[in-house]
Design a protein around this ligand. Sequence first.
Ligand code: 5GP
Ligand code: MN
Length: 326
Amino acid sequence: MQGAVKVVLLSHKNPDGDAVGSSLAMGHYLRSVGKDVTVIYPNAFPEFFAWMPGAGDVLFYESDRERAVAAVKDAELVFCLDFNTLSRIGLLGSCVADSSAPKVLVDHHPEPSADFALTISHTEACSTSELVYEAIVALSGTEGVSFEMAQCIYTGMMTDTGSFAYASARKEIYLIIAELLDKGIDKDWIFRKVFYNSSLSRMRLCGYVLYDKLKLYNRYNAALITLTHGELMRFYASKGDTEGLVNQPLQMKGVRFSCFLREEQPGKINVSLRSVDDFPCNAVAAEFFNGGGHKNASGGELYCSMDVAVEQFKKALQKYKSELAD
Ligand code: 5GP
Ligand code: MN
């Protein structure tokens, strides 16, 4: 692995701040030690990550299939960041499976698959970006962390913890943040770049969701938001405009489980689940929504109408009613 020069870094479909942050940070580090790096995602990230250093060089399999496949075929080493199994990267996954290059996993999701030559998997980490920071420091000391790497790492840690509101009680996180501040990052600027960057159409969409589309299932301490493809079109929703909506119902007294069903294409429903405390929404994702993820943040997908998807949500509530009830 050490002699490899051509390195491909991959992260998951619908890349979030940790997917982008961890892969770009690792990319900057590997370039700094002389590697020829290509970062590839299955599809594009939301516009509010475009400022991140290196974001402009990323290849997207969805829109640049030939170059992405050629880079994977050419790779001497492949890093998989922020996902636990090749099926999470769609069609790109089979291309990676066919490659004879050694694969390294760096991730914080439970149950990593056995696809990898080296697995760095820590579910206690707040983010994959935290693990990338630790890996860089282990290899090159804190001097190995550049300003660009620090910006990317902070973004991943911030977004995967809802700005350090959950999954962020370990003191190591704040020791790392202190180091990142020493590298010169402006944490308030990064916060604004990511979270205070909404369009008017997103604000209107949030208003519509809270006013008209949020349903409370009191007996189950649960809430549901649905948005059909038609509604997304009506509000001119673009990529990232629905980010964070699933967390909103958790602000309500008593709510412990939140589900957001988004019809991203007619007949294809993207599922986001959030929970608090011990309620395992990843078990619900695996059992009812063809997905998985973390205990308190998970997702999946369904190929059906919105009505059928809502029925599936209600079945999940029935099944888990004793765990959800007071
Ligand atoms: P989000 O709701 O933000 O899209 O995803 C939340 C969490 O669930 C992330 O950790 C993500 O990796 C995981 N997740 C989302 N969709 C899927 C899916 O289809 N399958 C699996 N295994 N995990 C998912
Ligand atoms: Mn993550």
